[in-house]
Design a protein around this ligand. Structure first.
Ligand code: GLU
Ligand code: MG
Length: 436
């Protein structure tokens, strides 16, 4: 049996895990200085087209593996072992490259900790759609839907556990051959690392079975979308949930109330980070639980940001289980950019001590224009082009990225938009499903 190959991976602007690989026995030697990488690659769209960029043929960074962001899966029925470590992109002096998406999240997490003494606790929900093989789909949410791919789902649960990713659920979803995996929350950068590694493990286990898992937000135009909802809360140094306050009707602490307000305030620009591809906007919209409006609600699955109270009756568990959910996110975004931008948006509300917006208790699409205005609800951008314009119009949201990152990120995204505009939506869906 082949020993396999050890992969060093990093996540770019289009949310793909790019990699270089070395024989496993050379990994130790790569720990310190990593592998060189020509950064012009950061200007790639998900396809072969590359955006105009400031780097050219010389600029290079080191992709330095972080052993805390590592998974291995043993050899499986003829498939070689799987070994992936995520990297920080560093300049030759060891500082963080200003266009590294992992560095982008780290900066926001550091601000949260140093300015507010809080740690981010987060878990993504992973929706994906299977294709290939000869599975006949079952009805939504049924035992049949889960058991038509019994080896896949059982092997998946085992692989996620063995890899230390702490799976919590593996379940059939609403769509045709759509499934969902959730994992236990992780702290800080590990929340994003875990999401990226979980997705790659899901893809690998699908490959073992001759299947393909796509996380594209809209694999087919008339099918169900795949979200990457992010559940999160904030912990202090003693792991207490500082998001919770039993004394208010919303159960949200003063910090969280202003955090939600900041997210609402920046939402049209924020989606340029969290739903950042042309196909993202074929998913977002009312009546699909994927949200079409920048709205806040308690337990409302049509709201873009939702308070999720714990169902527990025990006060201690009520406090520890209380969390928030951000829904207009998908797997075409770097999980690091989602977490980093979400924190920055929220902190901008906390710094301004904004009050909690009124809660929307219905599908905001059912409200009149005037009722929405009263609740502070605006329509989310309807295309990547609109989201990028909202980003450029929001000085605060633009400032979360260093200047080179901002310019190069927008250039890549504008090119993606242009490529998509030349195609019919069905083709955009098909193309993205083949890559994500
Ligand atoms: N698939 C829906 C989405 O695109 C979410 C369904 C759910 O709430 O789990 O976001
Ligand atoms: Mg779901």
């Amino acid at each position: 049996m082949a020993k396999g190959i050890a992969m060093l991976g990093w996540i770019d602007y289009v949310g793909l895990t790019r990699c270089r690989a070395v024989p496993p026995d050379q990994m130790a030697a790569r720990r310190e200085h990593g592998l060189g990488w020509a950064v012009a690659g950061q200007a790639l769209t998900p396809f072969s087209e590359i955006a105009i960029n400031p780097w050219g043929s010389i600029a290079e960074v080191r992709q330095v593996p972080d052993p805390s962001a590592h998974v291995t899966l043993p050899a499986y029925d003829g498939a070689a072992p799987f070994d992936l470590t995520l990297c920080d992109s560093l300049n030759s002096d060891g500082s963080s490259w200003d266009c590294c998406t992992r560095g982008f999240a780290r900066k926001a997490l550091t601000a949260l900790e140093s300015d507010f003494g809080l740690r981010f606790v987060g878990a993504f929900e992973h929706e994906f759609t299977l294709s290939g093989g000869t599975i006949t789909p079952g009805a939504p949410f049924t035992v049949e839907a889960l058991r038509v791919a019994p080896r896949f789902t059982a092997d998946l649960a085992d692989a996620l556990s063995q890899a230390g990713l702490e799976p919590e659920t593996v379940e059939p979803e609403y769509g045709y051959l759509q499934y969902e995996v959730t994992t236990a929350p992780a702290i800080g950068l590990a929340a994003a690392d875990r999401a990226i590694l979980t997705r790659e493990v899901i893809r690998e286990v699908a490959r073992w079975h001759g299947l393909r898992a796509t996380f594209s937000p809209k694999p087919s135009l008339d099918g169900v979308g795949n979200g990457a909802h992010l559940h999160f809360s904030f912990a202090d140094g003693e792991s207490r949930n500082m998001s919770f306050d039993a004394s208010t009707p919303s159960q949200a602490s003063p910090f969280v109330r202003s955090f939600i307000a900041g997210v609402m305030d920046h939402m049209p620009a924020l989606v340029a980070y969290t739903a950042p591809s042309p196909v993202s906007y074929l998913r977002l919209g009312p009546h699909h639980w994927s949200c079409g409006f920048a709205s806040f609600g308690i337990q409302n699955r049509e709201a873009a940001i939702r308070i999720c109270p714990s169902p527990a009756r025990d006060p201690k568990r009520q406090a520890s289980g209380f969390n928030l959910e951000y829904r207009p996110a998908d797997a075409t975004a770097s999980a690091y950019m989602i977490i980093g931008a979400l924190i920055q948006a929220g902190l901008s509300g906390v710094r301004r001590q904004l009050p909690l917006p009124p809660s929307c208790d219905v599908d905001p699409a059912e409200l009149s224009e005037a009722q929405r205005r009263e609740l502070g609800i605006v329509t989310l951008p309807a295309s990547l082009a609109e989201a990028l314009s909202a980003l450029e119009a929001d000085e605060i949201a633009s400032s979360w990225m260093p200047a080179t990152m901002r310019r190069s990120y927008v250039d890549v995204k504008r090119l993606e938009q242009k490529l998509a505009e030349a195609k019919v939506p069905e083709e955009v869906c098909r193309q993205h499903a083949a890559v994500y």
